[in-house]
Write a protein that binds this ligand. Sequence first.
Ligand code: ACO
Length: 357
Amino acid sequence: MSQQEFLHAGHPGIMEDAHRLLPYSSAIKRDDVRMRSSVIAGCGAALPERRVSNAKLAETLDTSDDWIYQRSGIRERRVADQEEKTSDLAIAAAQSALRRAGMVASDIDLVIVATATPDQTVPATAAFVHARLGMNHGAAFDVQAGCSGFIYALSIADSMIKIGQVKTALVIGAETLSRILDWSDRSSCVLFGDGAGAVILRTADSQELHEARGILSTHLHSDGRHHDKIFTDGGPSSTGTTGRVHLNGREVFLHAVTNLATVAEEALVANGLTCADIDWLIPHQANQRIIETLAMKIRLPLEKVIMTIDHHANTSAASIPLAMEEALTSGSIRDGDLVLMAAMGAGFTWGSALVRW
Ligand code: ACO
């Protein structure tokens, strides 16, 4: 007996009930999918108050401002206070994104939080965001794809809008990585920071659709064979602890450059565009040298690259929306610009998103 036959046999009305209960789902025709697109309606960010400079780290670690800056491009990072949780940063970023989109929480159908540092193992951090925004409708869940988490979450939200399952989505990248760093390991702790960025996605209107605005495409990849290149030495089902971050910096560096360049090209080819069409690249802010090598590989002038690594460090899933928010606030990204985002992280995971603003 098929699953469909089983459901009908047990509960004759169950499928009809399901269709009534899911206002945006089901019965999506192929033409409808082609006719929908999602646009970024607002972007917000939140950073902890506390700034920690390289010089401050050098007080307790065998390192220096020169070493960190030359190898990574990082000058300082923000570090959350003890009581400041990932959800606190996520909510502040979400509220700012909602304000900028001219929306309120009741307008949102879907909340996705990309994070590797959830408040608790259960429930998802998205549940805390959902509750604190006063929501009791729609869907809310977390995505864990390391530093590619925001691109993964954006891709899921975009797909759900394109198939008509939701009309709006709040997509957040939020981290308190400082909680899972080994502060005595100079080869990893100097690279990371805390923060959150959020975007509101909504279904494009007919004008935006006509002008081909919004998310043109997203591209996701993984290669789990590299799970041991960036990892924590613990977790709920292995040690019962969160563990601390470890990485093989040199290996990550080499894979990052290749994978980011490939997935950036993939987005351009999929849309019949070339590098010359890009107005802005927002790369994951892992290392200035990775970003510069990526730009060189895809032949993009550095003036078109949004770089915030010097004051944010690597905020994992938060890094792209944090950089996006700065570029929007400073007026760098304008209506009509073609913006390419690309990220790579633990797993390995990597991905890109191409957006016409
Ligand atoms: N201060 C001073 N010396 C240090 C520090 C430090 N903070 N950290 C390491 N060193 C020393 C090491 O002990 C080693 O010394 P040794 O040669 O005597 O053993 C030496 O510096 C290592 O130097 P390199 O490995 O040549 O450093 P490299 O140029 O590769 O830079 C870095 C290291 C910055 C980690 C780089 O490899 C990198 O950015 N990698 C990618 C970052 C990363 O893994 N991010 C994870 C997130 S996801 C992503 O990035 C896409």
